[in-house]
Design a protein around this ligand. Structure first.
Ligand SMILES: NC(=O)C1=CN([C@@H]2O[C@H](COP(=O)(O)OP(=O)(O)OC[C@H]3O[C@@H](n4cnc5c(N)ncnc54)[C@H](O)[C@@H]3O)[C@@H](O)[C@H]2O)C=CC1
Ligand SMILES: O=C(O)[C@H]1O[C@H](OP(=O)(O)OP(=O)(O)OC[C@H]2O[C@@H](n3ccc(=O)[nH]c3=O)[C@H](O)[C@@H]2O)[C@H](O)[C@@H](O)[C@@H]1O
Length: 441
């Protein structure tokens, strides 16, 4: 099939290379000419394992190209996939203006019957709205059907997730359009759920909200574990073995970040609010997450008394490992508060160093390695569970620091390893090593 993918961000880029990989002819379209130039030189504007290899393979192989011209991308397309951003508005609701813009910009260049797939995460009813928006503008010679096909990939494992996802959801109000989108995805060999458009849009929000709920739930349990001298890792393991609960998304930590859970939970609360429905559970999930992101600072304050004048290394800036995405990363808030407490901050991340300065407090200093960051530090905050950090030799770390204290927001180390390295070690939902700190109150 001929596919046009609008939006060359995390989702659009991964979709483009993966559709090419399963044999389709793909044109990726983005309004940002710098992105397009880079992409056509096989340079990815984002860090995502395996992406550049697939870009090169399919651009040189002739199945994939990128353009900033609708005129070039749309006329040949059997399927137009919209994968543009849907950022939060001030009230939490998703802003669908980029989706509307992409749909409206495509219409003048339609030269045949096509299916318009909305892959962006959009409020329930957006498919209906877009269909109404374009209906009057389409030439009577060509039809266009709007289909919902939400994306479930995770950053950092996006290509793997595309080929090994648990399900593909297709929401269509007409069988023929749904069937086209089903055939597009069939080569992936993943179970396909066919449903109506509104239910499909809801599946996406409900899935992200549920995963966020699991994380906030386990973080609340972790906070209780700290007070009751239990260990949340053991609790998660014991809970997760129950198949009805499942062991995924039960890792306690510094709270969820990223471009989607925070945005999509707030959007669903607002979607409910628009129907005069108070989604109380989800409001609590968001509140618990906000509290969790700064819990690590409360622990540090309890440990040091005051943070003023102290020097801290912050290891891990991206919201999760294997990505350079800084959107809603817990590091942003933690560093801001450290600077507000008049502490000195030296930050390091294995891949997010280029993007980080746009997001972090201007007083942040940067180091070229974790060793450099912790030099003479009074403490370390570990905020992203990069493999590189999990491999740190804690004895070496201790020897480079002024005061050997680590605040680990990701439970990267065994308590016994911290103990034998002689480190004061405060993690999440586990007893503090040396017990020099108070539990979160
Ligand atoms: N990032 C992720 O892991 C996931 C994101 N999603 C959803 O997918 C959507 C896209 O997210 P990301 O890829 O992260 O966004 P992004 O911000 O990385 O990329 C969006 C791209 O669209 C381009 N764009 C905006 N308006 C355009 C237009 N009218 N024509 C052409 N290009 C245009 C922008 O220049 C940008 O490159 C959002 O709705 C998001 O919620 C869903 C699943 C996973
Ligand atoms: O809609 C989206 O954008 C995507 O949002 C998430 O994917 P992503 O945000 O890339 O990453 P996750 O692996 O889900 O992690 C999100 C956040 O939760 C945190 N997390 C995750 C799992 C866990 O057990 N504990 C935990 O704190 C991570 O550290 C991270 O900050 C979903 O997992 C994807 O299915 C979805 O497509």
């Amino acid at each position: 099939m001929n596919i046009a993918v609008i939006g060359a961000g995390y989702v659009g880029l991964i979709s483009s290379v993966c559709y090419a990989e399963i044999g389709h002819q793909v044109v990726g379209l983005d309004l940002d000419p710098d992105k397009i130039q880079k992409l056509n030189r096989f340079v990815s504007p984002i860090y995502e394992p395996g992406l550049e290899e697939l870009l090169e393979k399919h651009i040189t192989g002739g199945r994939l190209k990128f353009t900033d011209s609708y005129e070039e991308a749309i006329p040949m397309a059997d399927v137009i996939v919209i994968a543009v951003g849907t950022p939060s508005q001030a009230n939490g609701m998703a802003d669908i203006s980029f989706v509307e813009g992409a749909a409206l910009s495509s219409i003048p260049y339609l030269k045949k019957q096509a299916v318009l797939v909305i892959k962006s995460t959009v409020p329930v009813g957006t498919g209906d709205h877009v269909e109404a928006l374009i209906r009057d503008r389409i030439s009577p010679d060509y039809g266009i059907e709007v289909v919902s096909n939400p994306e479930f990939l995770r950053e950092g494992t996006a290509i793997y997730d595309t080929f090994h996802g648990d399900r593909i959801v297709i929401g269509a109000n007409r069988d023929s359009a749904g069937e086209t989108v089903r055939r597009l995805h069939e080569p992936l060999g993943i179970p396909i759920v066919m449903t109506d458009r509104r239910s499909s849009e809801m599946i996406k929000y409900a899935s992200n909200a549920f995963l966020a709920t699991k994380i906030s739930f386990i973080n609340e349990i972790a906070n209780l574990c700290e007070m009751l001298d239990a260990n949340v890792e053991n609790v998660s393991e014991g809970m997760g073995l129950d198949k009805r609960i499942g062991n995924q998304f039960l890792k306690a930590g510094i709270g969820y970040g990223g471009s989607c859970f925070p945005k999509d939970t707030n959007a669903l609360i607002q979607i409910a609010g628009n129907m005069q429905y108070d989604f109380e559970l989800l409001r609590s999930v968001v509140k618990v997450n906000e509290k969790q992101q700064t819990g690590i600072l409360r622990k540090a304050k309890a440990y040091y008394g005051s943070l003023q004048g102290l020097k801290f290394a912050v290891l891990g800036l991206a919201f999760k490992p294997n990505t350079d995405d800084m959107r809603e990363a817990p590091s942003i808030r933690v560093i801001e508060q450290l600077v507000n407490e008049e502490a000195e901050v030296v930050a390091y991340d294995p891949v997010a160093m280029d993007k980080a300065p746009q997001w972090l407090h201007p007083a942040t200093q940067y180091a070229g390695s974790w060793e450099e960051a912790i030099q003479d530090a009074d403490g370390v905050f570990l905020l992203t569970d990069w493999e590189e950090f999990k491999q740190i030799d804690l004895r070496k770390l201790r020897s480079l620091m002024k005061r050997p204290a680590m605040f680990d927001g990701r439970n990267c180390f065994k308590l016994s390893a911290a103990e034998s390295a002689g480190l004061d070690y405060v993690s999440v939902g586990r007893p503090a090593v040396r017990k020099t700190v108070q539990p979160v109150g």
